[in-house]
Design a protein around this ligand. Structure first.
Ligand SMILES: Cc1ncc(COP(=O)(O)O)c(C=O)c1O
Length: 383
């Protein structure tokens, strides 16, 4: 982890807690990803980590041309950001089906694909796209062992494939299989687990090609930030879809070593010195997500050990050498889970050369329907 970027020239100006983004670090993460993959042609980054137009455009500027998302509002954000190849990998049910059809009908020249793991959902999709007189590319979502979404590979999935090819507004393109349950820290131990999780999806891909049921060669789209490092070496996997790597976080750092650098940090402040070497920071569970166990990592003050948090308070104890952090001092924290931490904020504070130089909105909050920047009156986040 390089800490050269993690300083603030005017910390007194910053209202805390604040979510900081370091574009220089993100660029270095892209450099690393590009050298690991031998270019960026085979990556489809998931945008759920940041939900941010400026980050999407940064990635596009670096040559990323395909993106993955989970929400229809994220697909809209991608289209508005200029993306032209979008995968929505989430079971679409209820009003979301029609919203996607509406979006695709509006978006000329954008390739949108959606995952499906159920015949009823496929029929609902077919009906919505018929109503809007459009077609949509479909990947069958296979359960690669995570048991979260996806149909089990085998006869049921084969029957679903045959049923989809009989639906005139759906175009079957292949398979999606996400293996986020594999969290083995030793890459050599991770390798056979990913290979085993991908064996059946690969067999299904060969089956689909053999049956000639697919438009063009069948595709297989897989993996997140821990498994892509293995999946990239399996030639038959067409693309990898990690998202967290763009920002990296404490949990992945613990599992995977410093494969990438922290591109997003929370700035907090010492607000209290209750006695002895004990301190309290202002980034509690409303400032740094606690959905994964364990505290965030202190980046700029080694020697500060974090304890339990409540909503607005993070307890800490100074066990380091030298001076105890003073009330008012800014402490930089790397969240254990960056995606859910980003979700707590309306915007990033963009830090370059130690200065906050811009604000980047974070979009697509649940309960809000992102309908594009032109519909927004506040010029800021969501609506
Ligand atoms: C379906 C799917 N694909 C890709 C990803 C990206 O994985 P990661 O967060 O490990 O980058 C996720 C993460 O939740 C996911 O749910």
């Amino acid at each position: 982890m390089s800490t050269d970027d993690y300083f603030l020239v005017n910390p007194d100006d910053l209202q805390t807690p604040a979510l900081l983004v370091f574009p220089a670090v993100i660029h270095r993460n892209v450099d690393r990803m590009s050298s690991l993959l031998g270019g960026l042609d085979r990556i489809r980054p998931h945008i759920k980590t940041h939900k941010c137009k400026q980050v999407i455009r940064l990635l596009m500027g670096r040559g990323v041309s395909r993106f993955k998302c989970a929400l229809v509002s994220e697909a809209r954000l991608l289209i508005e950001s200029g993306a032209r190849d979008i995968q929505l990998a989430y079971p679409l049910v209820g009003p979301a089906v029609d919203r996607l059809a509406e979006l695709v009908a509006e978006a000329e020249g954008v390739a949108v694909q959606v995952t499906v793991d159920d015949i009823g959902s496929a029929r609902a999709l077919e009906e919505a796209f018929e109503r809007h007189d459009r077609t949509i590319d479909v990947l069958i979502d296979l359960d690669a062992g995570m048991h979260r979404t996806g149909i089990a590979p085998g006869p049921g999935a084969e029957a679903l494939a045959r049923a989809i090819t009989a639906m005139p507004h759906l175009r079957l393109r292949g398979f999606h299989a996400y293996d986020g349950h594999i969290r083995e820290s030793d890459v050599d131990a991770r390798r056979p687990l990913v290979a085993a999780a991908m064996a059946e999806p690969l067999r299904m891909k060969r089956w689909l090609d053999g049956e000639g049921l697919c438009e063009g060669p069948a595709r297989l789209s897989t993996s997140g930030t821990l498994s892509f490092i293995v999946a990239k070496d399996i030639d038959e996997i067409d693309e990898v879809t990690p998202g967290t790597w763009v920002f990296w976080d404490g949990a992945y750092n613990e599992i995977d070593g410093a494969r990438f650098e922290f591109g997003g940090l929370v700035a907090s402040r010492v607000v209290c010195r209750p006695g002895g070497n004990r301190l309290t920071l202002d980034a509690g569970s409303k400032g740094v997500s606690r959905d994964l166990p364990g505290p965030p990592i202190v980046v700029n003050r080694p020697g500060l050990v974090l304890g339990p948090a409540s909503e607005e308070h993070q307890t800490a104890e100074w066990i380091g050498e030298g001076s105890v952090p003073e009330i008012g001092e800014v402490i930089l924290l790397a969240p254990r889970h960056i995606c859910t931490t980003v979700y707590l904020y309306s915007h990033f504070q963009v830090v370059e050369g130690g200065r906050v130089v811009d604000r980047w909105p974070i979009e697509c909050q649940h309960g809000e329907v992102y309908r594009g920047a032109k519909d927004r009156s506040d010029g800021g986040a969501g609506s």
